[in-house]
Ligand binder design. Structure first.
Ligand code: EPZ
Length: 428
């Protein structure tokens, strides 16, 4: 078990290139099943979720290779139709392989996915979309059995689900006929998936809007692609500067993808600078953050649910109050109890959380409860008085590549201690 030891109170200074986006590379790796020739991916982040996805591709018969941030996938021998429970539980988004497996092999057997504990993570919209495309999908307990090559069709999503949109796109690309997906999710990662598929020879249009059209019957070749910057990691780092003070520029980030977060911190008293391929944020450590108008999470381009925890952690220290309304997941306030252990004054009731800014948080021994909750606790610790120990790094490492090194590069006093459970503490 390892922990992060964070000594709070040091303003962050510097500039860095944000890592490749976890939520973009995962569906792109699943899409490699549709390619008939090798694929090269650049700027592929080193994350445990990415390792899990590569593991699944290998189990399905692909060959994969990583050198630094470049990953090669050779899908030519892909033929297996089973993803074991162990691999399905390794991460929530493993369900994204269902659609491309049906498109490629016409058969898929797997179990319900695992992943971070954000409350019930249903997949009913995924299964309904694949049935609409002409596949037979049956559920037996927590097992899923799917057969049939997709024919194409009119898929309407009751909710603009990111994963269901991606699964429908990937299945539709391998369909015999054309497909239209309505009420599709509009996230930038969906646009990137469309760009990747079209690089391979697909004909997908409309991503970024609520209506996506996919031309069926096309055989995909291979190609190369660069993974976009991770907008949620960028939002987490912006939160860190807001919490600790200082001045940081993040390159490889399209400001439009973090505009809602930039607006919040501008309202809270930070200086922000938005450019096409970078964003910067500065806060005078002697000027406390102010409370801001209600933050209500929503599907893109609304305020991202994944940024809710890190932004809350930053606003926990400051003046004034901020109301959060989490509309996307039932239990996405698991980090609140940990923030309270650091002195935060936060009250939750269902979807609502009221944050009353306190002059300063204090360090403490805290544990990540999920991926973005872990990012939030690192943010809180960077602005807190004294030492903090952050455990539960298996959550953090799913989505933040070498977080301690990234923060060290910005001047933070943080290091990782690899130790046995009873020994995992920071040297005083
Ligand atoms: C993606 O998850 C992201 N994960 C999540 O990021 C992100 O929080 C979420 O989109 C929302 O933006 C990846 O891209 C790998 P959804 P996903 O389907 O696809 C309900 C992170 O921290 N729903 O858009 O699982 C669902 O319960 C992760 O990086 C159904 O009801 O999210 C939720 O309330 C956490 N039935 C809402 O839709 C379904 O079949 C949005 O979920 C599917 C979803």
């Amino acid at each position: 078990m390892s922990v992060l030891c964070i000594h709070g109170g040091t303003p962050l200074e510097g500039e860095l290139m944000v890592q490749g986006a976890k939520n973009s590379v995962l569906p792109i790796l699943a899409a490699c099943l549709l390619a008939r020739e090798p694929v090269t991916l650049y700027n592929c982040p080193k994350l445990t979720d990415v390792a899990a996805a590569l593991d699944i591709l290998e189990q399905l018969g692909c060959r994969t290779l990583r050198e630094g941030h470049t990953v090669w996938v050779d899908p030519r021998l892909a033929c297996a139709t089973v993803v074991t429970e162990e691999r399905m539980r390794a991460m929530r988004s493993s369900i994204i392989f269902l659609g491309p497996m049906l498109a490629r092999m016409g058969e898929a057997h797997m179990t319900y996915p695992g992943g971070c504990e954000l409350g019930p993570r249903p997949i009913d919209l995924h299964l309904k979309a694949l049935r609409t495309l002409g596949c037979q999908v049956t559920e037996e307990g927590c097992a899923i059995h799917a057969t049939g090559h997709p024919a194409g069709g009119e898929v309407h999503l009751a909710l603009p689900s990111v994963g269901a949109t991606e699964n429908a796109m990937l299945c539709a690309v391998g369909a015999g006929g054309d497909t239209t997906i309505t009420n599709a999710a509009r996230e930038p990662e969906i646009v990137a998936l469309q760009e990747f598929l079209n690089t391979l020879g697909a004909k997908v249009q409309g991503a970024g809007s609520s209506v996506i059209s996919v031309e069926g019957g096309r055989r995909l070749g291979g190609g190369s692609f660069t993974v976009m910057g991770d907008r949620i990691v960028a939002a987490t780092l912006l939160s860190a500067v807001a919490a600790a003070g200082g001045r940081v520029r993040l390159r490889g980030t399209d400001w439009r993808q973090v505009s809602t977060v930039l607006t919040v911190f501008h309202q809270a008293g930070c200086r922000v600078d938005s450019r096409r391929d970078s964003v910067a944020l500065a806060r005078d450590p002697h000027r406390p953050l102010r409370g801001v108008p209600t933050i209500r999470t929503a599907p893109y381009p609304g305020f991202p649910t994944d940024a809710q925890a890190p932004v809350m952690a930053a606003l926990a220290a400051g003046q004034g109050r901020t109301l959060f309304v989490e509309t996307m997941f039932d239990s996405r306030y698991r980090h609140v109890e940990q923030l309270q252990r650091m002195g935060a004054d936060i009250t939750t009731a269902g979807q609502v959380a009221l944050v009353r800014g306190v002059p300063r948080l204090h360090g403490g021994r805290v544990e990540a409860t999920d991926l973005r909750g872990g990012g939030a606790l690192a943010v809180a610790a960077l602005g807190a008085e004294g030492e903090s120990t952050l455990a539960g790094l298996h959550h953090v490492d799913r989505g933040y590549e070498q977080l301690e090194q990234v923060l060290q590069g910005l001047g933070a006093k943080v290091h990782r201690v690899e130790a046995l459970p009873e020994e995992a503490h920071c040297a005083q």
